[in-house]
Design a binder for this molecule. Structure first.
Ligand SMILES: Nc1ncnc2c1ncn2[C@@H]1O[C@H](COP(=O)(O)OP(=O)(O)OP(=O)(O)O)[C@@H](O)[C@H]1O
Length: 288
């Protein structure tokens, strides 16, 4: 697209056409597939739900689309956004499925925080959310799950993936602190050169994994049957700790669990507003 300035209408059309091209060029979907859209009620997944349902209609992808929301059980946090998702259900005519931590794990996030305090609650929330999306997709009999991510978040993740190798080796690894650092660094770069974000994403796309690198093998958890590269998935380890009154079980520098079992397709959008605070990132965000 280059660096042309375009008006709002043209932006919409270029944006949607780019997504269509990415879907077609990468054969992301097959006609007749059931696709769950991870719908948090936030801007990224709302854009994703809109664009995917629009393109599905416009280009006859033949997809069965569903909205899938995870209710973490945090008083005053998800309620408003669930209302947004319910509005999207009507606006876009997409069936909505809501799964809750309480139903899936027997604990709300409020109850978890009561048991473990505020220190490690992001770990629980993030791990449980990833698996909840996987479980919800299974309940919907969806072959694919799509989640929404904006360009800033993707650039941060590319940078973090580079930094992590080094940081982990030096034993000072703290994921939340480093995401904050990566975010500020990228914002500084963007101020000097607005294209920096897209360049970082492109360099991430060009990464090649050495054939000598041993990748974790994707298997299933012996306990719950959902995705895991270990005997027990991280969600089961954390849950076991909670239920036994040992909430520290599974917290620490254990290997991160892998993403959802379904193929995951991400909608990339640029955020409308720049978030300024280091702390502003929602905890337990979906890294990829
Ligand atoms: N509670 C949830 N229910 C369903 N899907 C979720 C939920 N939380 C996150 N997701 C999915 O993961 C994506 C990335 O989530 P993340 O927590 O990083 O928030 P975000 O980048 O602010 O996205 P959004 O603006 O959509 O909330 C979301 O766009 C959505 O597709």
């Amino acid at each position: 697209m280059g660096c042309h300035k375009i008006c709002r209408e043209c932006f919409y059309s270029v944006f949607e056409e780019e997504i269509h091209r990415a879907i077609v060029d990468n054969n992301l979907f097959k006609p007749g597939e059931r696709v769950a859209i991870g719908a948090s009620g936030g801007k990224d997944s709302t854009v994703l739900a809109y664009v995917l349902s629009e393109l599905n209609r416009r280009h006859n992808y033949g997809l069965d689309l569903f909205l899938l929301s995870v209710d973490e059980g945090i008083t005053g946090y998800r309620d408003d956004s669930l209302e947004t998702v319910k509005r999207n259900e009507v606006q876009y005519g997409l069936p909505l499925k809501i799964v809750s931590y309480k139903d899936l794990y027997g604990w709300t996030m409020d109850e978890i925080v009561k048991a473990i305090g505020l220190k490690n609650n992001c770990t629980f929330c993030g791990v449980f959310r990833r698996q909840a999306l996987d479980r919800g997709a299974a309940l919907l009999r969806a072959e694919k799950l799509v989640t929404g991510h904006n360009a800033d978040d993707i650039a941060e993740t590319v940078l973090l993936n580079i930094l992590r190798g080094d940081i982990a080796r030096h034993g000072i690894y703290s994921p939340n602190a480093y995401r904050g650092f990566a975010r500020e660094f990228i914002k500084d770069l963007e101020r000097i050169r607005p294209r920096a974000i897209l360049d970082i994403i492109r360099s991430g796309e060009n990464f090649r994994i050495s054939t000598l690198t041993k990748m974790p093998e994707q298997g299933t958890c012996e306990r719950c049957g959902y995705i895991s590269s270990q005997k027990w998935c991280k969600a089961c380890v954390l849950l076991e700790g909670l239920n036994r009154g040992l909430p520290k079980l599974g917290i620490g520098r254990a290997r991160a669990v892998k993403g959802p079992k379904k193929d995951v397709v991400r909608g990339h959008t640029r955020p409308e507003t720049q978030r300024s605070s280091l702390e502003s990132k929602q905890c337990g965000s979906l890294d990829f």
